[in-house]
Design a protein around this ligand. Structure first.
Ligand SMILES: [Zn+2]
Length: 305
């Protein structure tokens, strides 16, 4: 049994069919965790969809209604880069509910892991890059509204810049945003995060970790967040089709463990979300995401509450 909960719903699948985004990866990750004996049935919790009230703390009523009624414009769909369906909308509402639930359980357990989410390209009034609803921002706003936390830190390790996150929290001193990403990659316009670590093409494990881990330490020390929201992108991997960095599977696990250790040593609860992953072989994407859960377990055991 794991010392924290895994939040998962079989309807996390974005229903994309043949698409570079392997939207069935969530099911594969959940299945693999059980198959390998890393998790048992009782470790899983099923989220409710986020309420509209939760969504509206981040998104505009216009954007929410477009999604709910299927009235996206051609431009909306082009920016979103995924085909619209009722299943897609349900999946985004569930992912946001999942990150909320992960945050609630993290308060109690030290970690809370959403086996989905990390949709960091979503803006308040439109979607971009496969992201329609910003689950992490929705969860931060909900936790703040409940009085459960005041200050949150977002550590975003997806290979693509966290543009939606940066835009949403740009004027907000209660949220510290850190993005480590490949400079020469999507999105073109990168609004400033609190800290942006821009990597050159082809950066490998050692250089990446040398940039990331001291910056995380520094952020935790200076900002003293009540909770860390971690986006564990699988797409800095050297075999990724949409990424141009050169991290190994081992390097990515060391990344996860390093961030978790830094937070855990300060007794700061950590919420994990999956974000992107487009490895040529979907097995690699699954392994990298699965390792995030293994890293959380190892760090939780190494530093008991
Ligand atoms: Zn990405």
């Amino acid at each position: 049994m794991l010392p924290f909960k895994l939040i998962y719903h079989e309807r996390y699948d974005l229903n994309l069919g043949a698409h570079v985004f392997p939207s069935h990866k969530y099911r594969l990750i959940a299945g693999e965790l059980v198959k390998r004996g890393l998790a048992a049935e009782e470790d899983f919790l099923r989220p409710e969809p986020a309420s509209d009230k939760d969504i509206l703390r981040v998104h505009t009523p216009e954007w929410m209604n477009k999604l709910k009624t299927g009235s996206l414009t051609v431009t909306d769909i082009m920016k979103l880069e995924v085909p619209y369906s009722a299943e897609l909308v349900e999946a985004f509402w569930l992912a946001a509910g999942g990150t909320i639930k992960a945050a609630q359980t993290a308060l109690r357990d030290g970690f809370g892991c959403n086996l989905g989410g990390g949709f960091h390209h979503a803006y308040p009034d439109h979607g971009e890059g496969f992201c329609a609803i910003h689950d992490v921002a929705v969860a931060i706003r909900r936790m703040q509204a409940d009085g459960a936390i005041k200050r949150a830190m977002v550590v975003d390790t997806d290979v693509h810049h966290g543009n939606g996150t940066a835009a949403i929290f740009r004027e907000d001193d209660s949220v510290y945003t850190l993005s480590i990403h490949q400079e020469n990659n999507y999105p073109d316009y990168k609004p400033p995060s609190t800290v942006d670590l821009s990597m050159e093409d082809g950066v490998e494990d050692e250089e990446y970790l040398r940039e990331l881990l001291p910056a995380v330490e520094q952020g935790l020390k200076s900002f003293e967040p009540d909770m860390v929201f971690y986006l564990g992108g699988a797409d800095p991997h050297h075999e990724d089709q949409l990424g141009g960095l050169s991290l190994t599977v081992e390097g990515l696990k060391a990344r996860d463990a390093g961030v978790f250790e830094a937070a855990r040593k300060r007794k700061i609860p950590v919420v994990t979300t999956m974000a992107g992953g487009y490895a040529r072989r979907v097995e690699d994407t699954v392994q990298i995401h699965l390792n995030t859960i293994v890293a959380a377990k190892e760090v939780a055991e190494q530093f008991p509450p």
